[in-house]
Write a protein that binds this ligand. Structure first.
Ligand code: UD1
Ligand code: UDP
Length: 361
């Protein structure tokens, strides 16, 4: 079978790394990089470290409003699909690259395989929720990472096309964690060029959601919560809020919050596993915290990954310094039931389902 895979953003490179290894054993994959993430530390580093095959197409499309980015991707991906005439399109998650690719394919009657389908917040105010819902409803086969996502798809009448396979992020975490080793480097790359010494105890912070970064006052609350902790915080800054993070570090005179350049995946998962606690708004990082058994506070109004939100393992906090600080003191109780994210072989299950044949559109 010939599959066109479209990726564009950091977490999609990680999922594609795990999937491509399995998919390419028996199928032909044509990898397309939209260009949504393009800085070397947001893109190249993942291809290099994770040995992701070089994309056959690099569309170089990024930035602009949601509509501008999605529209430019839509026409460019349509041209690739017309040229390649694949048996199916494979997309991951909920980015603008995902939506653009799905929209191009559905109009060409190309079956869509959506991996990481079904997660729901319950509000269309979130840009990723819009992308997820629309992509799910265009898809031919939907692969849910967790039982709650499968239940949402069933509720929306998509159950017959959907199956629970587990989470490719767990596949990637298990596979690459072994390569990353337990000891992160001795120094880390500071955001303004200097090297930061690796602390023995630390908190790990990531924060990039539009909801938490469009207003300095919101990001300030998150940073102040971390400044009040008894150990430093390592914070690799997404390019979206680079300027704001530097500005706030200076205006709030932060000393315990260490701003870092975006990290490669191996370094990121090593820090996840070694952190005292994690504060994040990332879908990927909150799952990795759960996989690693490190307590997590998710600064967001909605639970995207409810399976992690048991026994104080992962708790929601509002973007308020006191709320975050309070949630950081909770004691977790780790579940002993079967892993709702699967057995680390989600990608094999996706490919096994493809091997049974893809229904026509
Ligand atoms: C996107 C996804 C989000 C995902 C995140 C992963 C959408 C709507 N959102 O959000 O689901 O969690 O990726 O990290 O697709 N930028 C750079 N250099 C880069 C990448 C981005 O400077 O390498 C800048 C862009 O020019 C843009 C801003 O960062 O101004 C935001 O990037 P964008 O891709 O629009 O959204 P993300 O916040 O990364
Ligand atoms: N990550 C990384 N470098 C960083 C920050 C995060 O490699 O500097 C990894 C992180 O470990 C996780 C993934 O990127 O595997 C999550 O991506 P992101 O937070 O950008 O997107 P989301 O998962 O929220 O869609």
């Amino acid at each position: 079978m010939k599959i066109v895979t479209v990726v564009g953003a950091r977490p999609q490179f990680i999922k594609a790394a795990a999937m491509s290894r399995v998919l390419r054993r028996a199928h032909t994959e044509v990898l397309v990089h939209t260009g949504q993430h393009y800085d070397p530390q947001m893109s190249d580093v993942f291809f290099r470290e994770l040995h992701i095959p070089k994309p056959a197409y690099d569309l170089g499309i990024s930035g602009g409003t949601h509509a501008e980015m999605t529209a430019r991707m839509l026409t460019a991906i349509e041209a690739v699909l017309l040229r390649e005439a694949p048996d199916a399109l494979l997309v991951y998650g909920d980015t603008n690259s995902t939506l653009a690719a799905a929209l191009a394919a559905v109009k060409l009657h190309i079956p869509i395989l959506h991996v990481e389908a079904g997660n729901r917040l319950g509000t269309m105010a979130n840009p990723e929720e819009i992308n997820r819902i629309l992509t799910d409803h265009m898809a031919t086969l939907l692969f849910a990472c967790v039982p709650s996502a499968m239940a949402s798809l069933t509720r929306e009448g998509l159950g017959e096309r959907a199956c629970w396979v587990g989470d490719p992020m767990l596949d990637a975490f298990r596979f690459y964690r072994a390569k990353a080793g337990d000891q992160p480097q001795r120094t880390l790359p500071g955001l303004d060029g200097q090297e930061i010494a690796m602390p023995s105890r630390f908190f790990y912070l990531t924060c990039h959601r539009e909801e938490n970064t469009r207003d300095d006052a919101v990001l300030a609350q998150i940073l102040l919560a971390m400044e009040g902790q008894d150990a430093p915080t390592l914070y690799p800054v997404h390019p979206r809020n680079r300027e704001a993070a530097l500005r706030l570090r200076d205006s709030l005179r932060l000393t315990k919050v260490k701003l870092l350049s975006p990290l490669g995946y191996l370094q990121s998962v090593a820090l996840v596993a070694a952190a005292q606690r994690i504060v994040t708004d990332s879908g990927g990082v909150q799952r990795e915290a759960f996989f690693a058994g490190v307590p997590c506070v998710t600064v967001f109004d909605h639970a995207v990954w409810p399976e992690t939100m048991v026994g104080n393992c992962n708790v929601l906090a509002s973007a308020d310094a006191a709320d975050i600080a309070g949630k950081l003191t909770l004691t977790p109780t780790w579940p002993t039931t079967d892993n709702p994210f699967g057995d680390g072989h989600a990608c094999e299950k996706v490919v096994a389902r493809l091997d049974q044949g893809i229904p026509s559109v």
